[in-house]
Design a protein around this ligand. Structure first.
Ligand code: NDP
Length: 281
């Protein structure tokens, strides 16, 4: 990589941020396309977020990704929040347009494109989403845009699922909040085709499954948003039952590709980014 006086700087704000694969993805794309730019991790603690956002303007950083725990908090420091981030109440991309900071969210589109890339047709399907955090919001948004028939939502903290369902109601498929003690839960899984784990269960060794294994069937497509480990217990259980299984790596790559286009206006190289990230993981 050649750094000179004209090199544009991009990066990622997060805490912790050491394990991010995003620099590998974006730097590989810059190099492949011959763009004089680099992408670096910025470890930003919550208490420093406002100052860090000021720093984007002050130092002429061209754009940043935003990850845990800043995606919601950052909205208040931006000049304009674009539609994609308004509905999700979270931004994962900031574009510095001549000192004006614009906030976008590419997670929902990243999830949608990952489904498409994996050949999963979500339209007219009944789907189940496990979790009601930031990632689950993107998944629900993407499923509504994809034209699913219904969304069944499960979450440890039921109230959060109820709030999510209320917020997204009227923007696409109806969202029903379920719990595993509901009498018709077996029938729900019998009738559903796509199950998504959008909880953080599976990130750590020894985590329990996000649902009892008995609900997983051969006909299901199982998607876990987690990509490290590449195969969670949720996906392993699905594979053992003969289900189609997809991890979260595609979502990571496609949200990055969307961000890359917002920053550079260029079409990013899928294979180059895909391979570079895998090498890093
Ligand atoms: P949040 O912290 O916003 O949400 C976490 C979710 O997991 C909540 O629904 C929470 O339930 C649930 N949860 C956490 N611990 C438990 C537990 N012990 N038992 C049951 N449920 C639990 O995180 P995000 O939504 O940002 O991220 C969720 C997952 O998605 C993470 O694994 C993350 O790595 C992944 N992700 C992947 C992306 C990709 O590009 N592939 C992008 C973004 C996220 P409760 O509400 O009860 O706390």
């Amino acid at each position: 990589m050649r750094i000179d006086g004209k090199t544009k700087v991009y990066g990622i704000f997060g805490w912790p941020v050491e394990h991010t694969a995003s620099p590998a993805l974006h730097n590989a794309a810059f190099e492949h396309l011959g763009i004089n730019a680099c992408y670096v991790p910025f470890p930003v603690e919550t208490v420093d977020l406002e100052k860090a956002v000021e720093g984007i303007r002050a130092a002429g950083v061209c754009g940043v990704n935003v990850t845990v725990p800043h995606k919601m908090e950052i909205l208040r420091y931006l000049d304009e929040v674009k539609d994609s981030a308004v509905r999700l109440r979270a931004a994962n991309v900031v574009v510095n347009r001549d000192g004006v900071l614009l906030g976008y969210n590419t997670d929902a589109e990243g999830f949608r494109r990952a489904l498409e890339h994996a050949g999963v047709e979500a339209a007219d399907q009944d789907v189940v989403v496990l979790g009601a955090g930031g990632a689950a919001r993107s998944v629900v948004r993407a499923f509504q845009k994809a034209g699913v028939t219904s969304i069944a939502l499960f979450n440890r903290t039921r109230e959060k699922a109820v709030l999510l369902a209320e917020e997204f109601s009227g923007f696409g498929a109806p969202i029903d909040v379920w719990s595993f003690s509901d009498p018709d839960v077996d029938t729900l899984f019998e009738n559903s085709m796509i199950l998504v784990n959008a909880t953080s269960l599976g990130l750590r060794d020894g985590d329990p499954l996000p649902l009892e294994g008995k609900y997983i069937r051969q006909k299901h497509t199982l998607i876990d948003l987690i990509y490290e480990p590449r195969e969670t217990r949720f996906l392993a259980t699905g594979r053992e039952r003969g289900a189609l299984t997809i991890n979260g790596y595609g979502m990571l790559v496609f949200q990055a590709m969307e961000a890359f286009t917002l920053w550079t206006g260029e079409k990013p190289p899928l294979k180059v980014m895909w391979d570079a990230g895998l090498e890093k993981l």
